[in-house]
Design a binder for this molecule. Structure first.
Ligand code: HEC
Ligand code: HEC
Ligand code: HEC
Ligand code: HEC
Length: 279
């Protein structure tokens, strides 16, 4: 018995070794978005409750051709609808001092699913050849509304933010009370003492900003820093100037698998909040 047990264990160990050897390369090849709730195809973690129509992952958000370019988001494969939103400033807190822009930038991309109004598989360019599928009409693949499909919940469930964003952390909001000034040393915004100063860098596309996190403290950008989005102000005291804004993807990166709610950094100890707010 003992000897047999030992042999079984040995074979077990060998098997584990072989399996680890077999799966490690595969696992690293499918790290990232594959194992997250943002894999909406019929592969990966949620395959059973997802679409059976495709094993593609990126197609639910990106397309190589023909994306919606009405906001500055990369190759977006969904219709962007900036209409009908209520923004945080409309609530009128007396403490808010920065400019709030209309919903746009990367936030409008998140909301093309998370406002609950479009089907999860309602994409501009479906997988495969459109010419082979004359029954497809653009933007309508199976056509069920998000809530009907149950993937993003009914209105008022947190995953479905809806169009009323007055009860959500402000987005499209200038960082640090607003008012970035070119003359400030290091290209930093004029810093409101309630905020930690951001870092910035001039790339070929213009100035980009982020807030260094404790997880990645050096002042070069990584996905574990909180990214700020450059927008040209259309309101307040910085009309026509490029400014740093907080958007949905400042706190969340839709591709990461190291935090289940796609946060760029671990929220323990309120680290997300304290990276920006000096409280
Ligand atoms: C659930 C939606 C979603 C899915 C699925 C998705 N992306 Fe993205 N992706 C986004 C958003 C939103 C942005 C803009 C975020 C930003 O600016 O950091 C983005 C930005 C990018 C960028 C440019 C910025 C960067 O981080 O390099 C690349 C490249 C990219 N995605 C590739 C992919 C690939 C490849 C896949 C499939 C394996 C994929 N994405 C799947 C939402 C998605
Ligand atoms: C293609 C549609 C789509 C886009 C675009 C999209 N999401 Fe999602 N997101 C989903 C779905 C579907 C889920 C899973 C909901 C569920 O099953 O609970 C989800 C889940 C999440 C969750 C986790 C919710 C939870 O309770 O675990 C967060 C956080 C999130 N998304 C944020 C974002 C942000 C931020 C963006 C933009 C950067 C974005 N999403 C873009 C479809 C999308
Ligand atoms: C200032 C940072 C910040 C911004 C901006 C932000 N979020 Fe979040 N979000 C969070 C944090 C923190 C959580 C809580 C996650 C957790 O507890 O794991 C969260 C949770 C969520 C959840 C999951 C809620 C749940 O409990 O299941 C969704 C969905 C989500 N955010 C989507 C968005 C979308 C869409 C936007 C833009 C309109 C956005 N977020 C903007 C920080 C932010
Ligand atoms: C990426 C930076 C960033 C992160 C992360 C962040 N905030 Fe904010 N937050 C801001 C900015 C900028 C404002 C606008 C403040 C202003 O101009 O008065 C704001 C506004 C607020 C307000 C409203 C203030 C008012 O006067 O009405 C509250 C409350 C708040 N944040 C709480 C939080 C909490 C809680 C977290 C963590 C879950 C968090 N924030 C994470 C940047 C951030």
């Amino acid at each position: 018995m003992t000897r047999r047990g030992g042999r079984v264990r040995l074979i077990g160990h060998l098997l584990v070794g072989v399996l680890v050897g077999m799966f490690l390369p595969t696992m690293s090849a499918v790290a990232g978005i594959y194992n997250t709730k943002h894999n909406l195809g019929s592969s990966g973690l949620n395959a059973a409750s997802n679409f059976s129509g495709t094993e593609e992952i990126c197609v639910f958000c990106h397309t190589p051709h023909g994306g919606d370019a009405s906001a500055a988001v990369p190759l977006w494969n969904r219709q962007l609808d900036a209409g009908g939103f209520q923004t945080y400033d409309q609530m009128g807190t007396s403490t808010l001092d920065a400019n709030v822009e209309p919903i746009g930038s990367v936030s409008i991309a998140c909301l093309s699913c998370h406002d609950g109004s479009q089907a999860m598989d309602s994409v501009i360019n479906e997988p495969g050849s459109l010419a082979d599928n004359p029954s497809f009409s653009v933007g309508d693949w199976s056509g069920q509304a998000a809530a009907v499909q149950g993937r993003i919940g009914p209105v008022d469930v947190v995953t479905n933010l809806g169009k009323d964003l007055t009860n959500d952390h402000p987005v499209g909001i200038q960082y640090a009370g607003g008012g970035y000034s070119e003359s400030y040393p290091g290209g930093r915004p004029r810093v409101d003492i309630d905020f930690n100063p951001p870092s910035s860098e001039v790339l070929s596309t213009g100035r980009v900003w982020w807030v260094d996190s404790r997880e990645h403290p050096d002042s070069s950008f990584s996905k574990r820093d909180l990214k700020l989005y450059s927008r040209v102000g259309t309101r307040g005291s910085n009309v026509g100037e490029l400014q740093p804004y907080v958007e949905c993807a400042s706190c969340h990166d839709p591709h990461v698998d190291y935090n289940p709610t796609f946060l760029r950094i671990d929220p323990a100890g309120s680290a997300v909040c304290l990276t920006c707010h000096a409280k």
